[in-house]
Design a binder for this molecule. Sequence first.
Ligand code: ZN
Ligand code: ZN
Length: 236
Amino acid sequence: MSTPVPKQDMHVHSTFSDGNNTIEENIEEAESLGLQQLTCVDHVRVDTDYLPDYVEAIEHLRPTTGIELICGIEAKLLNTAGDLDLPPVLPEGIDRIYAADHQVPLADGPHHPREVKAAIEDGSMTAQNVIAAIIESTANASEKYDHMVIAHMFSILPKIGLDESAVPEEALASLAETVGRTGNMIEISERWRCPTARSLRPFVDAGVPILLSTDSHKREHIGRYEFGRAVWQEIH
Ligand SMILES: [Zn+2]
Ligand SMILES: [Zn+2]
C-alpha cells in the first residue's frame, strides 16, 4: 500500500508495427496524462528491417519531451532453448527486448495455441508439460538476452484452456530467481490482465523490477490502469 502506482506506461505500440498512432502522438497522450516514463515497443521478427529508422525516430524525439523515452522491441519466444524471433544483428540504441508468449514455445519451435489445446485434450500432451516448457523457454531467454522484459507472462494460458493458478509455486520461484540473477524485468499487462499477484510475488521477492504496461495499440488506452493498479497495490 505504501509504494504509489508509477506514472509510466512501459509497453506502447506505434505505426512502426501494428499500433494506430505515431510515436509523436503517443508521446502527446503520455504528456497529457502526466506520465514520467514511456516505453515505445514495436513488434519485430527475424526479417524486420525498420529498426534503424525506429531507433533514429526515438532518438530524435527524446529531446522534445520531458518524459523519459525508452526504446523497446517485442519478439516472440520460439522454443524451450529461449531463442527469440529477432533480427540477427540489432542496431545500437535498443534499450529493451520484450520476450512474448505469442505462440507456445516447445522444444521443436513455436506452436499455435489451438494445436496445443487440442493435444492436451486428446492426451498427447499434459498441461504441466506445456507450462514447464513455457517456464523453461522464458528462463533460458533470460539467460540469453540482456535488458529483457517478460511481456504479458502467461497471456497464452487462457488460449490453451489453462489458468495461471495451474503454474506451480516452485516453477514461479525458479523462474523469478533466474530473472533476478540475470538482471532482467517483468511487466504487469493491462491489456492481457496478467500476470496475477500470486505469479508476481516471487519476482518481487527476487528483487525483479516490475513494470506497469498497457500494451496499447491506440493512444486512448495509454496509461490507463484498472487491473494493473489493483495488482500493483496488491504486491507493494
Ligand atoms: Zn505481445
Ligand atoms: Zn505488445
